[in-house]
Design a binder for this molecule. Structure first.
Ligand SMILES: Cc1ncc(COP(=O)(O)O)c(C=O)c1O
Length: 415
């Protein structure tokens, strides 16, 4: 749908949003009408360079032609049936994913948070049925992020964050340990702990990659204590960090892993994969979803992951990610550039991340801010060096502008 076909002006459309929608988002002030490859276009046809990727979703490129074709083909045949009959896209996608990432079983959901609900439920049921009714405790990482439904929110170790404020009490059965601190994780494990759950790279928490020793240490700890290693790869999965799944890059296999975002190529889908042993916990009637495994979303997902695999986009993420980090180090006020593949964070020595985000937007570059001092860059994995150069040059101006504003503000306050 395009604005010109509605008879409304942009301001009138935004007024409708203000009047009728529950607004929890701080929006970029433009109407996204069209997308292609590395760019979004507004209602006037202005192009925005996309280092946001629909929040790490459009990894195979915005509106990837193969994904679009798959959606069109599938809608011509059947759109929705619920999960009683078999459908072709579901079966083919299940096989493709499990074979590619070395997992035995998959359960389809509609989003990242739901995928994590499934993983938490699977682990808790496995624990209770294997070891007894008290065995449902899970240790997760401080500063992690797992979603906004109650199980996933309770697993999110950010008690002071707006996403938890006003929603307490959280679900019992979770404790939180310092990310990348194996000793702290060990100290939080009790006789009733059934699993450890982390993101291989904390995305929303500021782009903090797990160290190799930490990942290996958690696997060993889980093996020694009969616990499960649960990985949330909603953001890191399907090429983002330079390997198909981030765990494949670490060479550390989890018992369960979740995915969403890039998996769907722009259609809403998520999934939880598990080894046979753990997956068995979910049996007939114990879990379900009206839309989970939706034929159109599965067809899109099959096309999206096939594009990611066939075009070696994880390799491009590795190469371009290294180049991006190298170039970001040239920005003024850089304290640290972190990341893995194309999940990139740049932290400044002053709290200007939000201002940098808006200054980039005014220059038609889309990036995110996480916290006061860190910008996150999560572009489609199809990008080239030219896109990196264009983004970094824009950011140089944006950082200079934001830093000047910050310094002027400080001078005003101290005058
Ligand atoms: C690591 C991680 N887990 C879970 C989620 C929640 O996914 P969704 O917004 O699809 O529910 C996100 C979203 O950003 C995420 O980054």
């Amino acid at each position: 749908m395009k604005l010109k076909d509605t008879g409304l002006s942009a301001e009138e459309l935004k007024a409708i949003v203000d009047k009728y929608m529950v607004e929890t988002y701080s929006r970029f002030d433009f109407i996204a009408e069209r997308a292609e490859g590395m760019y979004l276009y507004d209602e006037k046809g202005v192009a925005y360079l996309d280092f946001y990727g629909g929040v790490a979703v459009n990894s195979a490129g915005n509106r990837n032609p193969k994904v679009v074709e798959a959606v069109k083909d599938q809608t011509d045949d059947i759109m929705h049936t619920f999960n009683y009959p078999y459908t072709v896209p579901q079966a083919l996608l299940a096989k493709k994913i499990c074979d590619t990432i070395g997992m035995d079983k998959i359960f389809f959901q509609n989003s990242g948070t739901e995928a994590n609900e499934c993983m938490i439920k699977m682990a808790r049921k496995y624990g209770v049925e294997t070891y007894g009714p008290e065995h449902y405790h899970i240790v997760t990482a401080k500063n992690g992020f797992h979603g906004r439904t109650y199980g996933a929110l309770s697993a999110t170790g950010q008690p002071d964050n707006a996403c938890q404020e006003g929603f307490k009490p959280m679900l019992p059965g979770f404790s939180y340990a310092e990310f990348n601190n194996l000793e702290d994780f060990k100290s939080k494990v009790t006789d009733n702990t059934i699993a450890i759950m982390i993101e291989p790279v904390q995305g929303e928490g500021g782009v903090h990659p797990a160290t190799q020793e930490f990942m290996e240490g958690l696997r060993k700890l889980c093996d020694e204590r009969g616990m499960l290693l649960l990985l949330d790869e909603v953001q890191t999965g399907w090429g983002r960090t330079g390997s198909v799944m981030a765990y494949m890059g670490y060479g550390v296999k989890p018992d369960c892993v979740t995915m969403a975002k890039a998996m769907g190529g722009g259609m809403p889908i998520g999934a939880c994969c598990a080894t046979e042993k753990v997956a068995k916990a979910l049996n007939s009637g114990s879990h379900g979803s009206t839309y989970g495994g939706h034929p159109v979303a599965c067809a899109a997902s099959l096309a999206s992951i096939t594009e990611i695999l066939d075009n070696h986009l994880s390799e491009n993420a590795e190469e371009m990610g290294a180049y991006l980090r190298e170039r970001l180090a040239e920005l003024p006020h850089i304290k640290e550039v972190r990341g893995r593949g194309l999940l990139t964070g740049c932290e400044y020595d002053i709290p200007i991340a939000l201002e940098v985000k808006w200054a980039c937007f005014r220059r038609h570059l889309l990036i995110t801010a996480i916290g006061d001092s860190t910008n996150r860059l999560i572009p489609p994995l199809t990008l080239s060096k030219e896109h990196v150069d264009q983004a970094v040059e824009t950011m140089k101006d944006a950082v200079a502008e934001a830093a000047m504003k910050y310094e002027e503000e400080n001078m005003r306050k101290s005058a």
